[in-house]
Design a protein around this ligand. Structure first.
Ligand code: PLP
Length: 388
């Protein structure tokens, strides 16, 4: 029997912080509707306002720029499906490394979608984007550009500021999926040439089921869900006051608990340990600017589906970086778009550290991985061609 689990999948969802849990539970004890004028309603309205202020402060936005949604996926869909309509754009330009939430929403917008590739280190091919925008300017067409700030699978930081410099003074619009950047990078939304950004509470150790779309004033017409006029008419539906309170509390607590230097040190120790155990291990995205708490690697011949199951049996929880909703291990479209050979993509594993990670987690991973490699050398790695 394993003693305890070692959760190394913070990019998928970070365990709830104590302050966020307390705020969530306190909110659940309350009743009413934040839109009601009576005392119970006003108490919930105060909770929503507090949460809005806390989230606004973390993203460097004004309170009026925060639109609460049910998830980042909803916020993204509002930005792309709602944005394509309200902003009357001709097309959406996005990248091959986007989360499926972005790729699917772009397709659902009904507008033509153009995909910019990633280079071999996981960074957006900036020259291709710039050339395409020049072409659109010449043709008098307007694009909604949708790019993620930080890749969830590789931790690669995309050149958003460079995109802002190009898109800012142009007629084009810029939406940034900031989900993996929140709490880990300065966002400073209000001062940036970004029109809309999407975030999710559970990635900063708040509750799942609550996200936000942050919008500049000219995007106030960008809507997905009409209804009772909530969120200044930008998202209908009674506000989830308890979830918003949990999001707000996480926004305050996360930056105190998530230590970039600590998680980076854990990641470095993990990488060194993996390299010592498997000298042929390949690490992805290491040549790009990266948030260091994410390690994405492959040991040639060791299938990620096999590795994840074996590690899970030992209480080590990691990801292939592309878990399907069905719970099956999917192929990483991110690694594929980086030009990684399919055999190696099938071996990609993602380890992501966060506020609750410890040296013991690294040690437990490496001990389990050593046992797995020993077993795999007898079975899974047999008979595979060299260089896969
Ligand atoms: N964008 C990125 C970069 C993500 O990592 C995720 C979640 O993994 C999402 C969007 C979607 O977030 P949610 O599932 O919370 O809606």
């Amino acid at each position: 029997m394993q003693e305890r689990t070692h959760y190394l999948d913070h990019n998928a969802s970070a365990p709830l912080l104590p302050g966020a849990r307390a705020a969530l539970c306190a909110g659940l004890e309350m009743h009413g509707n934040p839109s009601s004028v009576h005392g119970s309603g006003r108490a919930l309205r105060a909770l929503v306002d507090k949460g809005r202020g806390e989230v606004a402060d973390l993203v460097g936005a004004t309170r009026a720029q925060v639109v609460f949604t049910g998830s980042a996926t909803e916020a993204i869909t509002q930005a792309l499906v709602g944005g394509a309509k309200a902003l009357a754009v001709d097309l959406i330009i996005t990248s091959a490394g986007e989360h499926k939430a972005v790729l699917e929403a772009a397709e659902a917008s009904g507008k033509p979608v153009e995909i910019i590739g990633l280079d071999g280190e996981g960074t957006l091919q900036m020259e291709a984007l710039l050339a395409r925008l020049d072409g659109l300017d010449a043709a008098g067409q307007v694009a909604l550009v949708a790019i993620h700030a930080v890749n969830n699978e590789t931790g690669v930081v995309q050149p958003i500021e460079e995109i802002e410099r190009r898109v800012g003074p142009s007629p084009h619009f810029l939406f940034v999926d900031g989900v993996q950047a929140l709490g880990k990078m300065d966002i400073g939304f209000a001062a940036r040439a970004v029109d809309m950004m999407a975030f999710s509470a559970h990635k900063i150790a708040g509750p799942a089921g609550i996200g936000a779309l942050i919008v500049k004033g000219h995007c106030n017409t960008v809507r997905l869900i009409p209804g009772g006029g909530q969120e200044m008419g930008r998202r209908g539906g009674t506000e989830a006051a308890a979830l918003i309170a949990g999001f707000g509390a996480a926004a305050v607590e996360f930056t105190k608990k998530f230590d970039a230097a600590d998680t980076s040190a854990l990641a470095k120790a993990l990488e060194a340990g993996i390299s010592a155990l498997a000298p042929d291990a390949v690490f992805f995205g290491t040549g790009s600017a990266r948030l260091a708490h994410t390690v994405n690697f492959a040991v040639p011949g060791l299938k990620n589906s096999v590795a994840m199951m074996a590690l899970d049996l030992e209480g080590i929880e990691v990801s292939s970086g592309s878990a399907c909703a069905s719970g099956k291990v999917g192929r990483s479209h991110v690694l594929e778009s980086m030009g990684i050979a399919p055999d190696l993509v099938a071996c990609g594993l993602r380890v992501s550290f966060g506020w609750s990670s410890t040296k013991e987690d690294v040690a437990a991973f490496l001990a389990a991985f050593e046992r797995l490699l020993a077993r795999a050398s007898q079975t899974a790695r047999q008979g595979l061609p060299e260089g896969t």
